[in-house]
Write a protein that binds this ligand. Structure first.
Ligand SMILES: Nc1ncnc2c1ncn2[C@@H]1O[C@H](COP(=O)(O)OP(=O)(O)OP(=O)(O)O)[C@@H](O)[C@H]1O
Ligand SMILES: [Mg+2]
Length: 263
């Protein structure tokens, strides 16, 4: 039986799709069969972020319309047990009923160790559909006040669903700002929101650059390390969190931090 996890946020653009893809790669790298589902009907980009959009033959709409078998709509990342089900490109969000979406996810439940659903921005139908199909929720925020405030709103909303566990991922954390005490720490955010931290992901230029090229550099580099740690937290309950300030400690770190400040 899989762990069905919805990756959501209050504010849009804080990194749901990035975290879904990075965590999916990290779980599959441990040999765990993982399915990523794009909950963003009509406006999806998980397949683009994963560089798989040219391999999409069938999507969720085709499965729901009975035009193909569910297995035909899954694209596998080569060399690892990682699969993606692209969202329904040719449908409007309102055309996909929550019940049908949930039935589809439940049919796949026994075939995977983890199913991650990349929730669409906002709290309309797509949010309801994605959260209703899951048993766990991960709320992504950044250390910005507006994102934290919106995370609080969405956490309240999640409270009205039948969800077993909720945790937080703080994304785009800059180690230099954190080391200088210029932004809220992930621990502060967790205590303000009153939910446990599952992980911390650093601001990583590689993510910005590669996402523009339609590929993610999520399995290596600093963000890759952070996703590996999040996978460990999920799988084995490890409490180790990525520390973005590591690189800004000591004399060399201090100089790096000054250089970034003046850049
Ligand atoms: N840790 C990071 N470091 C650098 N860039 C990042 C990081 N996380 C996300 N980004 C960039 O921020 C942008 C938004 O990320 P993403 O698409 O994952 O957010 P989202 O929450 O899924 O957005 P939406 O609400 O529109 O679905 C992308 O260009 C992505 O490359
Ligand atoms: Mg997204």
């Amino acid at each position: 039986m899989s762990n069905r996890i919805v990756i959501t946020s209050g504010k849009g653009g804080v990194g749901k799709t990035t975290v879904t893809a990075g965590l999916g790669i990290a779980l599959a790298s441990r040999g765990l069969s993982t399915l990523l589902i794009d909950g963003d009907v009509g406006l999806n980009n998980l397949d683009v972020v994963m560089g798989m959009e040219n391999r999409v033959a069938y999507d969720m709409a085709d499965v729901l319309a009975g035009k193909c078998r569910v297995g035909q709509a899954l694209i596998q990342e080569s060399g690892m047990p990682l699969y993606i089900m692209p969202s329904a490109h040719a449908m409007y969000s309102e055309q996909i009923k929550s019940g049908d979406f949930r039935t589809l996810i439940m049919r796949l439940d026994h075939d995977f160790d983890y199913i991650l659903i990349d929730c669409p921005a906002g709290i309309e139908g797509g949010f309801h559909r994605s959260v209703s199909a899951c048993e766990y929720a991960v709320v992504v925020t950044t250390p910005h006040v507006s994102a934290v405030r919106d995370a609080d709103k969405v956490l309240n909303l999640i409270g009205s669903y039948d969800i077993k566990g909720v945790s937080l991922v703080v994304n785009r954390v800059r180690g230099d700002l954190l080391a200088r005490g210029e932004v809220m720490t992930p621990a502060d955010i967790s205590s303000v929101l009153r939910y446990p931290l599952l992980g911390v992901v650093p601001e990583d230029d590689a993510i910005t650059v590669y996402s523009q090229l339609g590929r993610l550099a999520l399995s290596d580099g600093e963000s890759g390390k952070s996703f590996t740690m999040i996978a460990s937290a999920l799988v084995s309950g490890s409490r180790k969190l990525y520390d973005p300030t590591d690189r800004y400690r000591g004399v060399i770190g201090y100089l790096k931090s000054r250089l970034r400040k003046n850049a």
